[in-house]
Design a protein around this ligand. Sequence first.
Ligand SMILES: CC(C)(COP(=O)(O)OP(=O)(O)OC[C@H]1O[C@@H](n2cnc3c(N)ncnc32)[C@H](O)[C@@H]1OP(=O)(O)O)[C@@H](O)C(=O)NCCC(=O)NCCS
Length: 151
Amino acid sequence: MPELRLEELSAKNIVAANTLTLKPGQEQFIAPVSYSMASPFIDPSTNWSRVVVDEDDEVVAFLMANFDYDAQEPEFRSCIWRMNVAADAQGRGVGRFAVESTADEARKRQFTQLTVIWEPGDDGPEAFFLRVGFTVVGQTQYGEHIGSMDL
Ligand SMILES: CC(C)(COP(=O)(O)OP(=O)(O)OC[C@H]1O[C@@H](n2cnc3c(N)ncnc32)[C@H](O)[C@@H]1OP(=O)(O)O)[C@@H](O)C(=O)NCCC(=O)NCCS
C-alpha cells in the first residue's frame, strides 16, 4: 500500500480535488439523489473535507463527511458524503485509507457508527463499501442503499 496522508482542503489543493478524473461510468455514482435533496438542510459547519495525498505529493482522492449529532435523519449524523479516488490511483488501497481515516475522525467525535449512502449498480461503489466493512441496513425512498459500520 502506498504511503498516504490526509490534508485539509486549501487553496493549494482545491483545484486538484475538484478535477480528479474518475473511470468512465463512475461519475453517475458521485452524488446519490438523497444527498442532493438533503444538501440545502445540511449545516455547512458540520462538514469535514479532506484530500488524500500520496508519497509524490499528488492529490489522489477527495473525501467529505458530515458530522452532526443533531441531524434529523440518523443516517446523516456521521456519514460519508463524497469519496472520489482518481482513476489511476484506484485499486491501491486509497479508498480503504479514506474510509478508515473518516472512521477515525468519527470515533474522535464520539460517534459509534459511520454511514454512507450509495446507488447500487454496475460501476458503482457497493462492492467496495461492503469489502471495507459496511453492511446494508436499509434503503432510501429513492432505492439507494444505506450502509453502516460500527466503530
Ligand atoms: C469506490 C472507490 C472510492 C474505491 O476506491 P479504491 O481506492 O479503488 O478502493 P481500494 O483500492 O481501497 O479497495 C479496497 C477494497 O475494496 C475492493 N474493491 C474496490 N473496488 C471494488 C469493486 N469495484 N469491486 C470489488 N471489490 C472492490 C478492493 O479489491 C479492496 O479489497 P482488499 O482490500 O481486500 O484488497 C473508487 O472506485 C471511486 O472513487 N469510485 C467513483 C466514485 C464513487 O463511486 N464514490 C462513492 C460515492 S459515495
